[in-house]
Every structure is written in C-alpha cells, then in structure tokens.
Design a protein around this ligand. Structure first.
Ligand code: KG4
Ligand code: ZN
Length: 340
C-alpha cells in the first residue's frame, strides 16, 4: 500500500478565498469557501482591488479553518498546492504568497496549479470511478472550451469561444435585465419562471468551426431586444428573456458537445466550471448523453464553482508526476489551458 498523500490547497483567483485538505486527490477532508459576493454586489461585478484586499484578510483564517475541519496539522500535510493562474493578478498573488510562506515555513513542497485544470479535476472528486481519457466541456466566467482530457493534466483543445465566455455572457445579460451580480445563478433561477421558446435568439456559433462558440453576438441580440422594447415602450418579460437566452446558450453547448462525442466516439463525457452548475445545462447534457449511450459526469454544484478541493485534486496528480514549483512561483493572470 502506498502512503496516503495529503494536500493543503489554496484558491484565490477571483472572488472566493478558499482552502481545502484533500487525501489522494479524491477524498476531501475539508473544503472552506469564503465568498466575497456581498462585497461586490454593490458594484454589479467583481472589483479587483476589493477582491485582493479581502483575500489578504481572509486567506489565513480560511487555511486555519480548512486544517481544523480536516483535523490535520501543517506537519501532517505532504504538499501545498495553489492556483497560480489564470485569474485576477492581485487576487492570485495573495494565494500564491500565502502558499509559498506556509510551504516554506513548514518545509513542504509547493505545487502551482492551473485553475482550469482544477475545474476539470473536480469531476474526479464527485466521480471516484472516472479516469482519463474523456471529452469535457469547460464553461466558466473566463473560459469556454471543448477539450479531450488525454491523461491527468494533459489536454487537447478542440474548440473554444471566439469572444466572450459562456459565464461572461450570463453575467452581462443578467446585468442588462437588472438581475445584478452574480449573473449566472440569478438567470438560472429567473428562467425557471419563464418560457424558453418566447424569444428566438441567434445561435452562438462560428461559421465553419463546428466546435467553436461565439457568445458576443447573442449578448448583443439580447441588448438590441431590450433597446427595441424600451423605444417601443413595451414591457419586457424578464423571465421569458432569461429562459430564452439560457436556452440559446445551453443549446449550442450541448449540440457542439454531442457532435464532438459522435465524431470521436467518446463513451465518457464531463462538464466543468461555474456554468456547469446551471440546472438546465446539467439536465440537457445528461439527457443528450443518455440518448447516445454516453456516461455523463458533472461535479456537485459546489465543486463546479470556484473552490480549493479541485485544486487539491489537480495538485495531487501533479505531485505524483514529481512536479514541484520553486519559491519564485509567480501569478500568471493569462495562463492558457495546456500551458505551464
Ligand atoms: O468557474 P467559476 O466559478 O469562476 C471562473 O473560473 O470564472 O465561474 C464563474 C461563472 C460566472 O460567470 C457565473 O455567472 C457562472 O459561472 N455561473 C453560472 C451559474 N453559477 C455560476 N452560470 C449559469 N448558471 C449558473 N447556475
Ligand atoms: Zn473558476
């Protein structure tokens, strides 16, 4: 029997300060998330400077809580994993600096983790039987990718958005109809009261690129719809609009995902990232996969949005490969998927 590997993970790339203790990549002993939503709501979106300051205040208490919940001391940890990109530079720097200080003081190795690799890895926590290779739709606030997970930490990018990310489109449309921040969950909720067939919005596709997406045209179509209604002094049914917009986003994500599964013959397909907590997307992907005899995987909603357990999981597979970061590890705000 191999010795258990226990990882303390830290995540601070956007507006959640999070820490977790994860054993052997898939057993989560603790998963502490301190959300800053209430601080940013006033401004209708994440204010980077406020996010950084709040991470500074929260990071140590959150780490202490994660260790206490797990019943572990720092000495019982084998490595410290931390998100070093992509994300807001100031926010990332807080987690990276804290992780370096903790790892250095405790004499433990440091492992820099790619935030999006963390999102994909969240599937390994919710589905202990899942192993690469499989196809995966990654949909977050900054990313929309169709990828093949070839091995742990090894990806082939097959499709991506030409402009806005899916989550960004949710957030912008939510703001336009006055639902505020954070947009995704608010549209998800509002859409339940509306008719998804009330308004026909354009398909978020890129001509000639079957696996790429384009959400900026869809977003503009929603804004145009609102402008026309305002000029004509017509009232807009927000629930119908939310449901119709959500349907347009979900349809293209599901269609492209299934086209890829059919072309590649995948028997296993997963979804990851904050938008993968969307109830309609989860249901539609599940049904579409079932129809084709494909096993569908999606993390529990709390593991879809930003958290540190997913970083602990991705960090574990890096640890096994012998990947170690130096004390010069820096935040890389534009780190691309597949880049180290
Ligand atoms: O993965 P994530 O937590 O952070 C990033 O790495 O970006 O994703 C955040 C994004 C936001 O755009 C948020 O509006 C969206 O995920 N989101 C949702 C839902 N929950 C979060 N979008 C649609 N439906 C949801 N239920
Ligand atoms: Zn994220």
């Amino acid at each position: 029997m191999m010795k258990d590997i226990t990882i303390l993970a830290i995540e601070s790339s956007c507006d959640e300060t999070a820490a977790a203790v994860v054993v052997n990549g898939r057993t989560v002993l603790s998963n502490v998330i301190s959300s800053q939503i209430s601080l940013h709501t006033l401004y209708g979106g994440v204010v980077p400077e406020i996010a950084s300051r709040n991470h500074v205040e929260r990071v140590i208490p959150v780490v202490e809580q994660a260790l206490a919940d797990a019943g572990k001391t720092l000495q019982e940890i084998d490595a410290v994993a931390v998100t070093y990109g992509p994300g807001l530079v100031g926010a990332l720097l807080v987690g990276v600096s804290a992780a370096k200080a903790i790892a250095f003081a405790a004499g433990k190795p440091l492992i820099g983790v790619h935030h999006i690799e963390g999102h994909v890895a969240a599937n390994f926590i919710s589905h202990p039987e899942l192993e690469p290779p499989f196809g995966c739709l990654v949909v977050s606030g900054g990313h929309t990718h169709l990828i093949e997970v070839e091995d742990y930490g090894k990806f082939e990018i097959i499709g991506k958005t030409a402009d806005d990310a899916a989550g960004e489109a949710f957030d912008k449309v939510a703001r336009a109809i006055g639902l505020g921040y954070p947009g995704g969950p608010k549209i998800d909720k509002k859409a339940k009261e509306g008719n998804p067939d009330a308004i026909q919005f354009p398909k978020a596709v890129v001509d000639g690129s079957p696996y790429d997406f384009s959400f900026s045209g869809l977003k503009s179509a929603v804004l145009n719809y609102l402008n026309h209604a305002e000029m004509a002094h017509e009232t807009v049914n927000d629930a119908d609009l939310a449901a119709s917009f959500q349907k347009a986003v979900v349809n293209v994500l599901v269609e492209h995902s299934m086209a890829l599964c059919e072309e590649k013959g995948y028997k296993h397909f997963a979804a990851a990232g904050g938008v993968a907590s969307n109830s309609t997307l989860r249901e539609s992907l599940k049904n579409a996969c079932e129809k084709r005899g494909i096993q569908f995987y999606v993390p529990a909603p709390v593991l879809c949005t930003d958290n540190a357990a997913m970083i602990g999981c991705a960090g574990y597979y890096e640890y096994l490969k012998g990947a170690r970061s130096g004390w010069d590890l820096n935040a890389v705000p534009n780190l691309r998927l597949g880049e180290r």
